[in-house]
Write a protein that binds this ligand. Sequence first.
Ligand SMILES: Nc1ncnc2c1ncn2[C@@H]1O[C@H](COP(=O)(O)OP(=O)(O)OP(=O)(O)O)[C@@H](O)[C@H]1O
Length: 302
Amino acid sequence: MAIIEVANLHKSYGETVAVDDVSFSVDEGEIFGILGPNGAGKTTTVECIEGLRQPDRGSVTVLGLHPQRDSVELRQRLGAQLQESELPGKIKVWEALDLYSSYYRQPADWNELLDVLGIADKRDVQYRKLSGGQKQRLSIALALVGGPTIAVLDELTTGLDPQARRDTWELIDQVRNSGVTIVLVTHFMDEAERLCDRLALIDSGRVAALDTPAGLVARADQEQRVWFRPSRELDDRLLTELSEVSDVRRNGERLIVSGSGNLLHAVTSMLARHHVVAHDLRVDQASLDDAFVALTGRRLDQ
Ligand SMILES: Nc1ncnc2c1ncn2[C@@H]1O[C@H](COP(=O)(O)OP(=O)(O)OP(=O)(O)O)[C@@H](O)[C@H]1O
């Protein structure tokens, strides 16, 4: 069931067209990713969902509510990550959480959130004295402190070290498993691939593609290659007659099989049927990065 509906959204800032006819819907319980390069219009789109910006055209419905007309009700049910500048430097971690939880009818237990986020020992520290990663964790805690139905997380792991990123990803899995629908804005491919059930690729204010991470990769239809050394002599025709295979080459004892679709599965099941073992098996497979290039014509980091 759709919990967020965005239809034909347009938003310009003067001459700059930030969002140019964006439509998508987010289902209850999923982690929905909005992925795109800097300036693609991701933040503007989620700000329209949060009711912070008024669209020029198009409609946005969140939990059946109008984000601006019903902003008081929506704020109770939608948690958003704060921008860094939104907290006074001298506020202590516990004070911020206490203050924010007072806005909600049914707040979550913020002591538990601090524990899960690994900043329980920073409870009495002033905001300005936190490291970038700790500020980030606090902003996630503040997004969750109201016990929201939907959490909007923007640039979730920017500035975190690799271990903290992995911890945060686990936390987001837990949050989703507790029934919260998550909209995740990111420009990190690995994060999108790891966390999201579905993804909208946004480029220049438009949805370039919308699918599961695996679906996007498959849609880009990149050629894949499987390399291996067969345990015994193998007739090339056994490979070339597979519909997934487009080319077979030999390099000494090794076979290099090119193709598309579920190439690896097609090749390995054929080998199993013929009792051939594939030694030193290697697969070159397209990634979400490749898919982005194929679907938009440019790299995400450009
Ligand atoms: N308040 C504003 N006034 C004028 N232009 C703006 C404003 N906010 C955003 N823009 C412009 O609108 C376009 C889309 O910006 P937006 O922040 O929505 O993109 P984004 O995909 O979130 O980018 P980033 O990943 O860099 O945050 C950009 O060209 C940006 O410069």
